[in-house]
Write a new protein. Structure first.
Length: 367
């Protein structure tokens, strides 16, 4: 296929429209539930008061805002894909924002002072209070325009989460897994719940011993996703991988939109981490030093290289190790003395290079 044919084929997956809409019109759509914000999105992302005030300041000053992207479903309703915080901030300020889980209208937001509009401090949108906007200020706010980009129903199903990835992966607002969470929600919300349940498994939690900071960045979910994607991949697929994060996301989409047996994998996952936790607990993925007196010890913090090697090596030979914790502990500790493992996981090794070499090696080492 030529470049032009690839361009034409790619464009055929996207059908979109663009329009400038006033804030008042956008608010009316939201109040009539013709514009929806999924409740899962409300829980995933939150702006602080300063960020909210800066957005309102920008609107009053006429500073152009980035486009809001929505997906139009078959009933004509718009679902916000990108621009959740902008929409939520505007609707909260206007006193119409709902808690999407309960339908309850949230309390209107009070603004804080900003660089160019310090008098915004304490200002509210609704009329009748000393700190309210004036009538002319409210009308000016409602008449301000926002660019809306609409993905039409005939767009390919994958377009909406591919779009979210393109819009967000270049920034630092969300971690890789937070972006992946939204893509999973857009594809199939039950899949994210399933992955979260795996990450909440007591044995997995005990073995990984992830810090609170990394948990807040959804690193535990990232590890679950990484295990699923790599375990379900052929060596040929892994060799073609350019980026671990992108590969895991794409592979998960293929699996979860296909006929992947979640129930069977859940049981396998539980058996795997029950065996690992019984064998080594929170030392499972920490470096082992044998010691000169025969009393070795595990040191340092969680190692993603060890996680990949141990989970995938044991998972591919699970029947052999499920009920042999003492022997499994010895095999894992021997892994740290293996020259091939050490060479392929040394500092500076790219994730793609490490996985391509370590995963096939681990299958044999734990075989």
């Amino acid at each position: 296929m030529s470049l032009q044919e690839e361009i034409d084929a790619g464009r055929n997956t996207v059908r979109s429209d663009s329009l400038a809409m006033s804030i008042g019109e956008l608010a009316s759509l939201y109040e009539n539930q013709e514009l929806v914000i999924r409740p899962e999105f409300q829980r995933l992302f939150r702006w602080n008061n300063h960020q909210k005030a800066r957005l309102i300041e920008s609107i009053f000053l006429g500073i152009p805002l980035p486009s809001i992207f929505v997906m139009q479903n078959s009933n004509g309703v718009w679902e916000v894909i990108d621009g959740l915080q902008r929409c939520s901030t505007i609707f909260e300020f206007m006193g119409i924002l709902r808690d999407e889980s309960t339908g309850e209208i949230l309390s209107p937001a009070k603004l804080s002072s900003t660089k160019f509009l310090p008098s915004l401090d304490g200002i509210i949108y609704t009329e009748g209070q000393p700190e309210s906007l004036s009538t002319s200020q409210r009308l000016s706010f409602k008449r301000s325009k926002i660019d809306i980009r609409v993905l039409l129903p005939e767009s390919d199903e994958r377009t909406k989460y591919e779009l979210f990835d393109r819009l967000n992966s270049g920034g630092q607002q969300a971690s890789t897994q937070e972006i992946r969470n939204v893509q999973l929600l857009l594809a199939d919300s039950s899949s994210l719940t399933w992955i979260q349940n795996l990450a909440n498994n007591e044995d997995f939690y005990a073995c990984t011993a992830i810090s609170d900071a990394k948990t807040n960045q959804q690193y535990d979910l990232d590890l679950v996703c990484r295990l699923i994607a790599i375990w379900a991949s052929s060596d040929e697929e892994l060799r073609a991988m350019d980026s671990v994060d992108e590969y895991v996301t794409t592979k998960l989409q293929d699996l979860l939109l296909g006929d992947f047996n979640k129930e069977a994998f859940s049981e396998t996952f539980k058996t795997l981490f029950r065996a690992l936790n019984t064998a080594l607990g929170d030392d499972t993925f920490r470096k082992y030093l044998p010691g000169t007196d025969g009393n070795g010890k595990h040191v340092r913090s969680f190692s993603v290289s060890a996680y990949e090697a141990i989970t995938l090596g044991v998972l591919n030979n699970l029947a052999q190790w499920a009920d042999r914790p003492a022997e499994l502990r010895i095999r894992i500790q021997k892994m740290w003395q293996d020259t091939e493992f050490s060479q392929n996981t040394r500092a500076g090794t790219r994730g793609t290079t490490r996985i391509v070499t370590v995963v096939p090696w681990a299958r044999e080492f734990f075989g």
